[in-house]
Ligand binder design. Structure first.
Ligand SMILES: *Cc1c(COP(=O)(O)O)cnc(C)c1O
Length: 401
């Protein structure tokens, strides 16, 4: 008997394609940057302005970051071939954990292979039966999966709805939950708006709940010295657990972390499954990320450029007649509605040398397809003006404006 696995996969793919939801990866033949070389399906290479990387501070190919990574490659080798607790903990790993903790104002930090793993491992390790997790409805997939893996009772509140949060906290308390943990993104990445952390912290205090913030789309460029949304909101001391990534503003390589009190971090070292059973970060990534944090912390000039760029780009698209979601972050979502419209605009921009991605279900809700753009500190004003002109032309061609 033959299995039908491939036939079923082919059927599912056909259904995804017929709905206009198939994601096609495009290849880049250059380092990440404000402009990249896109390699077409026909092998042709052409330059494009990149508006869809999480490279907020432009550090992904920064010479000092590359140099630090190269030096580590020579001095500490290519790979660790071990999880941390067996023989995968180099001096650099602990140094980076301490650096992250200091930067974010926490007692300690623990590295993971990705923030997806940090979020995936943290809830199960810290909470159990008899506890409750109260989660924002727009939280990242990794938080949703991590919460599912925990035995704690799950409560969900509508995005940013503080009455909804309060009701969930009341319900958790009425259930007799021993520990209640509120979990939220610091910046909601599909829409680019902030969590209401001052209100969240006040409610957490009122109901004796702990708070976890995933600051992947904030650390490095939001708040004083880029320390993130809790610092921006003035509630850093009241956020118990911070998670984040080394794969976005902080160099963009890979790796995630949790920063929290010493006992929380130590318990994660003992219990978090993606930490215990997955390989240690490569030395070059550790060293490059360390340099990226130095540059981010000292990078007021980069942040000023980033936010000036975001304002310029936003104003240009609005003047061209696009509907944007309002926001103060460098995430600028251009709303199109149906999936095919977002895909058509992305293709028309591609033809004009602007690299963007259409975001469609299931990454965003049905009917809210968009081209999510992200501005970086590496873009020049000329890059942005050229991109705005291309948007206007592509928007007219596809009927988006
Ligand atoms: C990108 C992202 C993650 C995943 O981070 P990785 O390090 O790439 O696994 C988790 N949470 C949020 C909010 C993110 O934006």
């Amino acid at each position: 008997m033959t299995s039908n696995l491939s036939a079923r996969a082919a059927e599912a793919l056909a259904a995804i394609e017929s709905e206009g939801l198939l994601k096609r990866e495009r290849e880049i033949g250059s380092p990440q940057g404000a402009r990249v070389t896109v390699v077409g399906a026909d092998g042709r290479r052409r330059e494009a302005i990149n508006l869809c990387a999480n490279n907020y501070l432009g550090l992904a190919n920064h010479p000092e970051v590359v140099a630090a990574a190269k030096a580590a490659l020579d001095e500490e080798g290519f790979g660790m071939a071990s999880v941390r607790f067996i023989c995968g903990a180099q001096t650099g790993h602990r140094a980076l954990e301490r650096r992250i903790a200091d930067y974010l104002g926490k007692e300690d930090a623990i590295l993971f292979a990705a923030c997806f793993d940090a979020n995936g491992g943290l809830f199960e390790a810290l909470l159990g039966e008899g506890d409750a997790i109260v989660s924002d409805s727009l939280n990242h997939a990794s938080i949703i999966d991590g919460v599912r893996l925990s035995k704690a009772k799950r409560h969900r509140f509508p995005n940013g709805d503080m009455d909804g949060l309060e009701s969930a906290l009341k319900a958790a308390r009425a259930d007799g939950a021993k520990t209640v943990l509120i979990a939220t993104d610091g910046v909601f990445s599909m829409d680019g708006h902030f969590a209401r952390l001052a209100d969240v912290a006040a409610l957490a205090e009122r109901y004796g709940a702990a708070t976890m913030v995933d600051d992947c789309h904030a650390t490095g460029f939001i708040g004083p010295q880029g320390r993130g949304t809790p610092h921006r909101a003035g509630v850093a001391a009241r956020v118990d657990v911070l998670t984040g990534t080394l794969g976005k503003a902080l160099g963009g390589a890979m790796g995630g972390y949790v920063a929290a009190s010493r006992p929380v971090i130590e318990l994660l070292r003992q219990r978090a499954r993606p930490y215990l059973f997955s390989n240690s970060l490569a030395p070059a990534i550790v060293a490059g990320s360390m340099k990226a944090i130095d540059l981010a912390e000292a990078g007021d000039d980069l942040r000023a450029k980033l936010f000036a760029n975001a304002a310029r780009f936003r104003a240009g698209l609005e003047a061209a007649g696009f509907r944007l979601l309002p926001g103060e972050t460098p995430i600028v979502p251009v709303m199109l509605g149906e999936a095919d419209k977002a895909q058509a605009l992305a293709r028309a921009l591609d033809a004009r040398g602007v690299f963007v991605a259409g975001f469609v279900f299931p990454v965003v809700p049905r009917g809210q397809a968009r081209v999510r753009t992200q501005v970086t500190a590496a873009h020049s004003e000329a890059d942005l003006d050229e991109a705005i002109a291309a948007f206007a032309a592509a928007g007219r061609e596809t009927g988006a404006i």
